[in-house]
Design a protein around this ligand. Structure first.
Ligand code: ZN
Length: 214
């Protein structure tokens, strides 16, 4: 636990961010805050401030729109992320990608480990890398441990698309962007993905662009 004198600046920064009352500005790739490990949350924000910050993160994620948002993406180096995915996709996509609805969750101090050895690869994007998507092979199933926003222990196995979301967001908290894990030859603009690679799985993209799938 940091001494009180070191704790004030983070809380002040969050107060400043929330002072506008609007959506939080999303930080884009190239900003160091996205490349540094975050501080574990241990009370740096008082409960009322934490609740307001989480609400603003949720509103910002909805507006983006996105299915996850990590605190460093709004310039706050704390080990906190939010996730939520209504999964508005066709049934075929839902089946192949395992994209089932994920209710709103707050992940505090999360970490994950793979369950089994299976990996699955799909296009994904990031609010901090706007305009682009790339194929990332990730663990098909992970065990996520941490806490929720009330400090209750979280220990849960995630599969399908929610497993991808929690890996992507937890990686942010370690200063890792999805591009670090991506097949770079798959890198595509959103326009190219919509025009060419909207299939539920990336086999055709792998063939045409020349990258490996697990
Ligand atoms: Zn991201």
């Amino acid at each position: 636990m940091a001494p009180p004198s070191d704790r004030a600046p983070l809380a002040e920064r969050v107060e400043e961010l929330l002072a506008t009352g609007g959506l939080l500005p999303i930080v884009a790739a190239g900003r160091p805050v996205l490349r540094h490990a975050t501080q574990p949350y241990d009370g740096q924000l008082a409960p009322a401030l934490l609740a307001r910050f989480i609400e603003a993160m949720r509103d910002t994620m909805h507006a983006a729109p996105g299915v996850g948002l990590a605190a460093p993406q709004v310039g706050v180096p704390l080990r906190i992320a939010v996730i939520e995915d209504p999964a508005p996709v066709p049934e075929e996509v839902a089946l192949i990608r395992g994209r089932v609805p994920q209710p709103f969750r707050v992940l505090v101090n999360p970490s994950y480990e793979p369950v089994g050895t299976a990996r699955v690869a799909f296009f994904e994007g990031c609010l901090s890398v706007p305009g682009w998507q790339a194929v990332v092979a990730r663990h098909a199933e992970v065990r996520l441990r941490g806490e929720d926003e009330h400090g209750r222990a979280l220990d849960e196995v995630f599969t399908g698309w929610p497993a991808r979301i929690v890996q992507h967001e937890t990686d942010h908290l370690d200063g890792t962007l999805y591009l670090d894990r991506a097949e770079l030859r798959s890198l595509s603009t959103n326009e190219a993905v919509a025009a060419l690679w909207a299939q539920p799985a990336p086999e055709a993209a792998a063939e045409a662009l020349g990258f490996e799938l697990p």
